[in-house]
Design a binder for this molecule. Structure first.
Ligand SMILES: *Cc1c(COP(=O)(O)O)cnc(C)c1O
Length: 404
């Protein structure tokens, strides 16, 4: 086989469909969020980032940085081993205590990323609980899907955010079959929020384990940033709450919180937890400081929500179509892969505005979009520049505006 030719041919297919990914080469500016230097063709320019998952700018908050610097001064760079073989640092223990407290659970377990936490936990639970069957929301993140697939447990996909369909599908399986229900609170691409109370009721009715991915909600919702489950007062009715340290908390890593036994079970049986180097102590310290800050301060959350409302009203005023939802995510709909990439390129090249185009397979074909995430640190001028640029490009590309 001509391997090189095969790779090239596959990549050409992506290019033809407008789905080939090109990374923006950025250097973020500490103390000047959301500004970054863009490197392109040997030149540099200063851009405003509008699509970061560092939703609150905590990645450069003084509290986060001071904690990371101090931990690095005390412990050095890396953890030096897996958790079991010399890699458990005191900062990991503090972080796990902080997370258990955040979600009002007995215990927490940290992983290298949110992806790994989903993959490893679902993979382990679904593979090792005898006879268990998994019920997965149709829009679940790739990390959950891969974990469930890896477990080889029978899988049922229920209609997105539809507790009645979940109830029906759970009813089709015998009452003695152990069941695991996996879903998210805030869905990343549409920004919609699940009917949490209804889903939990269905889980309880069928005595199913419930597994909730709060990756796009932790730090952002609830009085202490515990996510949608905290906001709704439902944390203690969910078996496993999973989150990331890499989005609103601004650092890196993932975690689960659950009963002490469940966490100990995953700690003891999960390959994706056991056989990998522990998080750097500095990352753990930074995440702990960030979580602590957002537990007692909601300034960032309030300013973010304010900017989200402001952006939506400005888009409404000029008729740019976006998907309506209850969250902080503003998906501006383009509906065509090539146009989406074209608009994103023009925003970057002509306006110094960076919004990554979101194309298939991240979203279904025909729903290509610019996923905009306003932060507390975007200024009124930033908003006006973005909306002005979108307005010009919409006319330029002859895209439909929403009828007011
Ligand atoms: C980003 C994401 C993850 C993975 O989290 P990372 O920490 O980035 O690996 C998991 N679930 C959902 C829904 C996500 O969007």
């Amino acid at each position: 086989m001509n391997f090189e030719q095969f790779f090239e041919c596959q990549l050409d297919g992506l290019r033809d469909a407008g789905n080939y990914r090109i990374f923006a080469d950025l250097e973020r500016h500490k103390g000047n969020f959301p500004r970054a230097t863009r490197y392109s063709d040997g030149k540099t320019s200063e851009v405003t980032v509008w699509c970061s998952n560092d939703y609150l700018g905590m990645g450069q908050h003084p509290a986060t940085l001071a904690a990371m610097t101090e931990a690095m001064e005390r412990c050095g760079a890396g953890a030096g081993g897996t958790r079991n073989i010399s890699g458990t640092n005191h900062y990991h223990i503090l972080l796990e205590e902080e997370l258990a407290d955040l979600h009002n659970k007995e215990a927490a377990l940290i992983f290298t990323s949110g992806y790994v936490s989903n993959w490893a936990t679902l993979g382990t639970l679904a593979a090792r609980i005898p006879g268990i069957e998994v019920f997965s929301d149709a829009d679940n993140h790739a990390s959950m899907i891969e974990g469930i697939r890896h477990s080889r447990a029978p899988k049922h996909i229920w209609k997105h955010n539809d507790p009645e369909d979940l109830d029906r599908k759970l009813s089709e399986v015998g009452p003695d079959t152990p069941k695991l229900v996996a879903f998210e609170s805030v869905y990343s691409m549409d920004g919609d929020i699940c009917p949490l109370a209804e889903i939990i009721e269905v889980c309880e009715k069928h005595s199913a384990l419930s597994y909730l991915d709060e990756v796009h909600a932790v730090g952002l919702y609830g009085p202490r940033g515990g996510g949608i489950a905290e906001r709704e007062g439902l944390m203690d009715r969910i078996s496993v709450i999973e989150g990331t340290l890499g989005k609103a908390f601004g650092v890196m890593g993932g975690y689960i919180t659950a009963s002490a036994n469940l966490c100990d079970f995953v700690r003891s049986f999960s390959s994706g937890f056991i056989f990998t180097t522990a998080l750097s102590p500095a990352l753990a310290a930074g995440a702990t400081a960030s979580i602590r800050h957002l537990k007692q301060c909601d300034l960032e959350r309030r300013r973010q929500q304010q900017n989200v409302r402001l952006l939506r009203s400005k888009l409404d005023a000029i008729g740019i179509p976006y998907m309506r939802n209850e969250s902080h995510i503003v998906p501006v709909m383009v509906g065509d892969a090539k146009k989406c990439k074209f608009i994103s390129d023009l925003l970057l090249d002509n306006y110094d505005i960076y919004v990554q185009p979101i194309n298939y397979p991240t979203v279904p074909r025909g729903t290509e979009r610019l996923r905009i995430t306003p932060s507390p640190l975007h200024s009124a001028e930033d908003l006006d520049l973005l909306v002005g640029a979108l307005s010009e490009l919409w006319s330029h590309c002859a895209l439909a505006k929403a009828v007011a």
